[in-house]
Design a protein around this ligand. Structure first.
Ligand SMILES: [Zn+2]
Length: 301
């Protein structure tokens, strides 16, 4: 089954009922309330946590309409049905989305962070999509695939990246602007507070990066992020119905100041320069920009 290894390991544990669900913790005499933290109605066994909870119904209906939620109380038998029908794509989607839902559950259980089922699903499916593209390529093709690509003619490229520091409720964000000769024209590290989701910080850094570039009288710009969900939403004609609809709207308005503004997805490995500013972003006061004197660690990449 072509899914990332971490999802394979999760699948194995889910099928063997080896996830630390509340039901399993109770069976090991851990003194906790065994009720599902989301619906507060049923005991949190693996099947309820991953599929059966009433707050997941809409998600499963959207991604796998043929999944018969009520028919089984066992994750293994649900997966087996896809195997017997040779629906391999559905099997990958089933396990990937279940992994995303378990991630969402753990974020709440361990960090008290609420991730919506929609965001958890989109994040998991974008991982699967990336993995499938790479899975079909040989080693050389994979290396090429993960290289930073120069922008098209007459364009400058703005790579952005955000990373969360959950404990401090802070996020570091980076933006780096380069031309076709790979010369860095601008690098910025930004610290944002009260940020809890990856989607939020990615949007903020795109917004702030475009604000900086708008002041540089750039005509054609290509914005690259490794957050597929955000890029797909920005390329849609209609407004995103996400929690952050207002920021999407502001980014669209800002992008209209340029002659042309493209939003493209890039794989994390090709976004390393922006990624390397991560630690730096968390240490700066609010925003630090480098215009002429680019830090050494960036110029070596
Ligand atoms: Zn529930």
């Amino acid at each position: 089954m072509p899914v990332p290894n971490k999802i394979k390991i999760f699948d194995w544990r889910a099928c063997k009922d080896g996830l630390p669900t509340k039901t399993n913790l109770l069976s090991k005499h851990v003194p906790i309330d065994g009720t599902c933290s989301f619906c507060n109605e049923k005991e949190e066994g693996a099947c309820h946590a991953l599929v059966g909870c009433k707050f997941l119904g809409e998600t499963w209906l959207k991604v796998l309409p043929r999944l018969d939620i009520g028919a089984s109380s066992n994750v293994f038998y649900m997966a087996l049905k896809f195997c017997m029908a040779k629906l391999w794509d559905n099997l990958s989607i089933f396990f990937t989305v279940a992994w995303g839902i378990w991630y969402k559950r753990n974020k709440f259980f361990h960090d008290q962070i609420v991730v919506s089922p929609h965001n958890a699903t989109e994040h998991a499916l974008s991982l699967l999509k990336n993995y499938k593209v790479v899975y079909k390529k040989n080693r050389r093709q994979v290396q090429d695939f993960y290289q930073w690509k120069v922008p098209q003619e007459d364009f400058l490229k703005l790579n952005v990246d955000g990373s969360l520091c959950v404990e401090a409720r802070k996020a570091g964000a980076r933006a780096i602007l380069r031309d076709r000769t790979r010369r860095t024209l601008l690098a910025a590290s930004i610290l944002e507070s009260d940020v809890e989701e990856v989607e939020h910080i990615e949007l903020l850094v795109i917004f702030r990066g475009l604000q900086l570039c708008a002041g540089m009288r750039i005509h054609h710009i290509q914005v690259e992020s490794d957050c597929l969900m955000v890029i797909e939403a920005l390329n849609q004609e209609s407004m995103s119905n996400s929690l952050y609809g207002e920021i999407y709207h502001e980014i669209k308005q800002l992008s209209s100041l340029f002659g042309e503004c493209l939003f493209t997805h890039v794989y994390r490995e090709a976004n390393m320069t922006a990624h390397l500013l991560a630690q730096c972003g968390r240490q700066v006061e609010s925003i630090t920009t480098w215009w002429d004197c680019i830090p050494d660690f960036l110029s070596q990449i």
